[in-house]
Design a protein around this ligand. Structure first.
Ligand code: FAD
Length: 391
């Protein structure tokens, strides 16, 4: 078997699989190397909320581009992604009102279907909610959530259909260079050769970059989600809800469940070894998530806890990704550090990464915002909110 390729992609999460698909469609001979199996890391365990609410023009454009792919996944990629358009609501208090309004104005300019709604409109949309402390709310009727595992496996299938060679159980253990140019990678299954290598290993992104002697500020952080079965009378799915006041998000899950997670900058402090962390949910997290949920959705006091899990965010200092050549002129690239909100951007990221790897003269997205040097330049990505962890 020849192990010579145009491009080697390390890591088969949504970024690696979608980029392999995009590159193979363009005619590249791609090897996609995954140390484990599909969907085991962040992508397969994502809450997979698909919303457009972003503070920067680039990320908002990427979210809109990606939404159109999720909506038409069968035609554009093939297979299923489980997109469920329940709608999306975000609520803030007075401190973030101006930021919310600025975001909505930006998004409308880009063609995103989003609108400020009054608290009485919100009450009509979600009558079960306690809205007494709300100042402003925004509603995106086209948004919702996808099935994360299905999305990743469909992208992998589409990539293989277009010619990508997928190698599971194939951990990259080293990166080889000659004369300052990347020539391939080492694995227990032997060497793979290519003049272009992409590190799309999410929470392992810093570890892989270190194999080439480059330090990147990506931390592997443990985050949790919990599930609650909605009580009688509340079986119908509800919109995705981002509660910036209670620093919580929740969405419907199949089986009459509600999935709850936090929107909490403090999650960046839970740095763990990505190969050795507790993947179960903590009892105190379930208590905390439940209390925040009940505060907003009082009927959930009658819900049943049905479990939860822990998984990894790949967090950078400004909670935005690094999409760049790691060593200028070397052919070694990175596309990682999506910090808890990358899933919904996956389709757009695949175009951005493919444009970067093929040196496209007219890229669809300008990736300057995601350059590695922004940290050394003290020019991080900034959002409209006091904390910009939602993008
Ligand atoms: C609980 C949770 C909820 C989330 N909710 C949302 C949400 O609602 N909306 C949203 O947009 N985003 C969300 N995210 C974030 C989103 O899921 C991630 O940003 C995205 O999945 C990152 O994809 P990735 O491909 O970069 O990384 P991953 O999916 O982690 O893939 C990286 C892959 O690299 C592989 N790898 C590592 N080292 C090696 C090696 N040496 N050799 C070969 N392979 C290697 C790993 O095994 C892994 O499969 C959430 C994340 C989590 C954990």
């Amino acid at each position: 078997m020849s192990k010579n390729f145009d491009v080697i992609i390390i890591g088969a999460g949504i970024m690696g699989c979608a980029t392999a698909y995009e590159l193979s469609k363009r005619g590249s001979n791609v090897a996609l190397l995954e140390k484990d199996s599909l969907g085991v890391a962040s992508s397969g365990k994502s809450s997979a909320i698909i919303r457009q609410h972003y503070s920067n023009e680039l990320t908002a454009r990427m979210a809109l581009h990606s939404l159109r792919v999720f909506q038409n996944f069968g035609e554009q990629v093939g297979g299923e992604c489980g997109f469920t358009p329940t709608g999306f609501v975000a609520v803030v208090d007075a401190k973030d009102q101006a930021g919310l309004e600025a975001n909505v104005a930006l998004q409308k300019r880009l063609g995103i279907q989003t609108e400020m709604i009054s608290t009485s409109d919100l009450h009509s949309l979600m009558p079960a909610l306690d809205i007494t402390d709300l100042v402003s709310a925004v509603y995106e009727k086209e948004s919702g959530y996808a099935d994360p595992y299905l999305t990743v496996t469909s992208y992998a299938t589409a990539a293989k259909r277009e010619g990508t060679r997928l190698f599971l159980d194939t951990p990259v253990t080293g990166i080889r260079f000659e004369g300052g140019k990347v020539t391939g990678v080492d694995t227990p299954k032997g060497q793979f050769n290519a003049p272009v290598v992409l590190n799309s290993t999410g929470a392992w992104g810093a570890q892989i970059a270190q194999m080439a002697g480059v330090t990147v500020p990506i931390n592997s952080c443990r985050v949790q989600v919990a599930f609650f079965r909605r009580p009688t009378g509340h079986e119908a799915p509800h919109p995705v809800f981002a509660d910036f006041i209670r620093a919580t998000y929740f969405r419907s899950e199949t089986g009459g469940l509600t999935l709850v997670g936090l929107i909490d900058p403090g999650e960046a402090d839970a740095v763990v070894d990505p190969d050795n962390f507790h993947e179960g949910v903590d009892d105190d997290f379930v208590m905390e998530a439940g209390e925040r949920l009940i505060g907003r959705y009082p009927a959930m006091a009658q819900s049943q806890v049905t479990g939860g899990y822990a998984a990894l965010y790949a967090i950078t200092p400004d909670w935005h990704a690094i999409v760049d050549e790691l060593i200028p002129g070397s052919g070694l690239y990175i596309c990682a550090g999506f910090s808890g909100h990358g899933f919904k951007l996956g389709p757009a990221v695949s175009v951005m990464a493919a444009d970067m790897l093929t040196g496209a003269s007219d890229p669809l997205f300008d990736r300057h915002l995601f350059r590695l040097s922004r940290y050394a330049e003290n020019d991080p990505v900034r959002g409209q909110y006091e904390y910009s962890i939602v993008g």
